[in-house]
Write a protein that binds this ligand. Sequence first.
Ligand code: 3HC
Ligand code: NAI
Length: 706
Amino acid sequence: MSNLIKVNNDNDVAIITIDNPPVNALGPGVAEGIWAAIDEINRDPAVKAAIVIGAGRTFVAGADIKEFGKMTSGGPRRSLLPLLLHIEDSAKPVVMAIHGQAFGGGLELAMAGHYRVASPAAQVGQPEVNLGIIPGAAGTQRLPRLIGVAKAVEMCAGGKPVSAREAAALGLIDRLIDGDLRAGAVAFAREVASKPAPRARERTEKLGTAAENAAILTSARAVASKKQRGLKAPLAAIDAVEAATKLPFEEGCQVEAKLFTECLFSDQSKALIHVFFGEREVAKIPDIPKETPVLPVNRAAVVGSGTMGGGIAMVFANAGIPVLLKDVDEAALDLGMSKIRKNYANSVQRGRFTQTFVDERLQLITPVLNYNAFSEVDMVVEAVFEGMTLKKTVFADLDRACRKGAILASNTSTLSIDEIASATSRPEAVIGTHFFSPANVMRLLEIVRGKKSSKEVIATCMQLSKKLGKIGVLVGNCRGFVGNRMFGPYRREAQFLVEEGAGVEAVDQALVEFGNAMGPLATGDLAGLDVGWRIRKEYRHLEKPGIRQPFAEDRLCEMGRYGQKTVRGWYCYDENRRPSPDPELPAMVRNWSAEAGIPQRKISAEEIVDRCIYALVNEGARILEEGYALRAVDIDIIYLNGYGFPAYRGGPMWHADTVGLQKVYERVCEFHQQHGELWAPAPLLKRLAEAGKTFAEFDKEQVAAA
Ligand code: 3HC
Ligand code: NAI
């Protein structure tokens, strides 16, 4: 028997325990162990029934995702299907006892049991689509038989888990067990020991009629095409569930297996698996070990109740952390609090939060006009106007007001954390926490490491990001940090393209078709074109003479066209902020370009994408080499969570690897020749391309060297 599976008897009930930390993934040895355990219970005359339970924090988080990479690079193919049939065919009833999660292969395993019981806090789901695959162990076949086609399609194509309570209502869980799950499951097994064991694969009563299913499947395909635009797996999952409605179980499994394999070998799946591990990798900081002590953050404060400060206060409150919210006067504070209330009210209206939840959260936010109570807080996030003099004044005030040991964080998007820290007597406590707008929605948190930020402060912010529902990525202190520094060249190219003759909508459309949530010009209108305009004016003295700079947005701003907030920018906006093309804009831009001597030409969608995306990649490579991002994957995670880059392309650096760095490098060289110095290839890109390597290999080498 594999040591990952243990069998103990509680009198006439066998307890099969899966013990494969950390999450009992069905990796090598686990399936074999369960197979042997099923044989053993069937051989043992003293055993009347069995339970299968997970050791540690969860039941089973699914197939071992690490194995997929081995399979797609020529390793042996492993299928759980034979094991699941073996369990279902067991002569003695098998009860699956679920706590934590039964996800993916974990839920498929559970559905092969004759019964399922669960702790009320457990979750079950088929999240495979998030990895670009579909359930591959009959999940698409057993689930509709147990809960009906509509919900099965929703779970397999949407990938969202459901609570044990909902699963019980759906008929997927036979009993919820309060208290000791193991004891409850054993008692349940004893109750059913002498009954004929039901097999999910033999059930058909919930499979619905052809007409009902046609409507469900059509609507599911429409939802998937809209909500998971560009992603192939959800449509494949729907096809597989459809097979369950039309074919006998075994044939349905064959359809599922074929679709699963197609998905598994796709670039989308490789990218999404990269994202899965990447999201966990970014938490690992080479010089900050896991054991680094973290500081408690039980009370927080935010300075500035504007767009960002209000959102950040909500983030703390949503995580249950009481927060002071300071502004300069009653009027500013009232405005800030009213926006927070409005924001929460919208969430209630959309069904995201209950009124009770919102009332509790609002109780946690205390508006204040001075620093008196700041001596009590563990962490402050400053979010006042962007300006060094003001930030330094605020940090000097915080230095006086806050107790020793409190973390002093700035939400600045462009200013040096080191210079801000110099206004305090404790630069080790100062750090950047760069939230993205809207702070209460966007998942990304760039954590900016100052020269003197202490390891404890960094470790605390990294850990806190998880508690706040964010994904924290540690970045270095350079202008724009990682995300915005790369966004500069990306948006610069979008403007250049328009100045060279591409249509505004054509530029945005090409990047939306590439998979981005929004086009670069529409994004500018959303954020406000004046933000970049002001920054450019401030830094103009740093621009090297003779280097082409975009001018179109400056001209738009000079005309008062700041984007959505002024109803005009790249587009015109109606009262509901719906954009429409501005018929006057093309001629206007053509005139400006003529004045600047920029020849007009026809520009393909391919060039639009290459110019914008490779501008990101080239700058990303510089950032990586300069050490402002720890790994290429960190850049990917930043772009996926802060900038609407399509997850199924894995992030800009992974996308470049997928295209092939040689090809990317050649294209960058071409642009360099055509457009000059701004396109000088990053030395790291050149080196990797010439060596036939990838950014992912660069990451591995860095990790090995650390
Ligand atoms: N395979 C391999 N490793 C896994 C894993 C899996 N299925 N699930 C989690 N892990 C690893 C993580 O990489 C992480 O490793 P690390 O500590 O070295 O970084 C560790 O387990 C802990 O994971 P988390 O940090 O995510 O822990 P949480 O407690 O925050 O979350 C979880 C636990 C909710 C189970 C979450 O890990 C999760 O959602 N896992 C993936 C679930 C999933 O996608 N399952 C489907 C797999 S595909 C499949 O089953 C195909 C089948 O149809 C054939
Ligand atoms: P904002 O203009 O909406 O709000 C700033 C608030 O700070 C105002 O309410 C103002 O009254 C208040 N304030 C000014 N001086 C103060 C003081 N001494 N004490 C207390 N409050 C004071 O600005 P926004 O957009 O929220 O930006 C705040 C910070 O966040 C800036 O550093 C900005 O660069 C950064 N940021 C902004 C993003 C955005 O999309 N708006 C995104 C990420 C970062």
